[in-house]
Design a protein around this ligand. Structure first.
Ligand code: SF4
Ligand code: SF4
Length: 83
């Protein structure tokens, strides 16, 4: 299994503390990253400005589950639990 292109749940639900181009303070939980395009793809894919945390986050069947809605739910719960 691998990342679902066009999902983008991990670019919305979790907070990201590293600076992101266009979001100098990082990204609050539940807020869509400004680098997520209209097709829910990262505009910085392959770009060295993409935050390390994004490079390291990989498909995880326990977090990504079977569809975007499930991933948003679980990633939101995970964010609350680790806040
Ligand atoms: S939540 Fe999982 S499947 Fe969805 S974009 Fe992120 S890594 Fe890919
Ligand atoms: S920089 Fe790209 S991978 Fe990282 S949260 Fe934003 S859209 Fe997602």
């Amino acid at each position: 299994m691998s990342c679902r292109a066009g999902c983008g749940a991990c670019c919305i639900a979790p907070s990201i503390t590293s600076p992101i181009p266009g979001m100098a303070e990082g990204k609050p939980a539940g807020v869509r990253c400004v680098q997520l395009d209209g097709s829910n793809l990262c505009r910085l894919f392959g770009d060295p400005r993409r935050p390390d945390v994004c490079q390291r986050f990989d498909y995880d069947p326990e977090l990504c589950l079977d569809n975007r809605e499930q991933a948003l739910t679980v990633l939101t719960q995970w964010e609350r639990a680790t806040r």
